[in-house]
Design a protein. Sequence first.
Lengths: 162, 273
Amino acid sequence: MTKWGATVIAIVAAVVLQSSVLPIYIASPFKPDLLLVFVVFLALRVSFTAGASMSWGLGLVKDVFSGLYLGLNALSFLLIFMVIKHISDRLYTGSAPLFVIAVSIATLSCVSIDMLLLVMFTASPGIAYSMSVGLVPHLLVNAFVASLVPLIPGFDRLLEAE
Amino acid sequence: MNFFKKYTLLILTAVGLLAALIFYSLNIPHNRNANVIERWVITVFEPIMKPFYQLSLLGEGVVDNYLDLVNVRRENLHLRADIKALNSRVIAAEEACQENRRLTRLLDVKNTIKEPTLTATIIGEDLSPWFGTLVIDRGTSSGIAEGMSVVAADGVVGQVVKVARTSSRVLLLTDHSSGIAATIQRSRARGVVKGKGDGLCQLEFTTREEDVKVGDMVVSSGIGGVFLKGLPIGEVTMVKRGEYGIFQTVTIHPSVNIAHLEDVLVVLRNGND
């Protein structure tokens, strides 16, 4: 299987898992953002050009299945990718704790950017309160998922393959 | 004398046979009663026979039990397989019964709605925790269009917002962007039900003077044309009137349990029709 084939399968699996499987078993505030974890992984893994377009595309995929505003997560994912990519050269990207920290900061940033964009450009009264209330469980769940990712066989190898 | 010497063996054999014949013939009338010899032989052999017989019985028991165990294990495996098959049938039957109940209730609602409706199944939820949307398995190929209302057996679910060929997304009434024109069933006070997040709604634009009490039923008013008039939306769980301000704060708990929603009805009437 080619690298791109595996990537597409991973993205489809993440969307299906997050949309149709996990909501049956876990409460809404504890939904993980698997696509965001994937974006952080890309920022540590792939080149700037390919990663930036993929991050924007992943954000669009998330927007298709979430909320009403196409482009909201696309923008926030792209910004997060660019920031992490910018500093990733100075980091030991094979470190599992660093990955968890990176995902946690990315989650915080994503929620902040989304909240700012929603408050500024949409008529969604009360969304800021809902997002603030749901931030902590969302952050914890994403950190938990991020802590599982380095357990995937070949995580270090994948990061070093660049 | 030489004669006896010569035929000793033959004579003894003949005498023995004759004695045996006589013994046999003498015992014929008493064949049902044990004679002295029989009793003696039986008495001598009895203590020897008894433990051997019991030992044999034990051996037979061990062999039988072992064979039984082998059979029991085989039978056990067979029964386990049967139980699994039957359990899956029971679960399937229970699932079918529950589906039947759900669809029957939905059918009751369908019969009360005068507009044509379409049954749809939920196949996904929103990826984010702070937006309230669902994905249903019907799209433009089934005649669904943006703006159509979606109801369940217990009441209003939301509104179709994005339609693809074979699936659509439904904006739930609990989403922050949702708004439904509503009426308090008892007092006919009007307002707009807006999503509040956390699975709750709020009745907005209801003036302080309007009569709203906890426990009141909120139904769609039909204004705007998206939702049919009189569909249950939820129940008033909190009413707050501040000292100042024009409006009162009314919190509503939706009638529909969104977390356990499986089948819905899409009313095939667009608000713009």
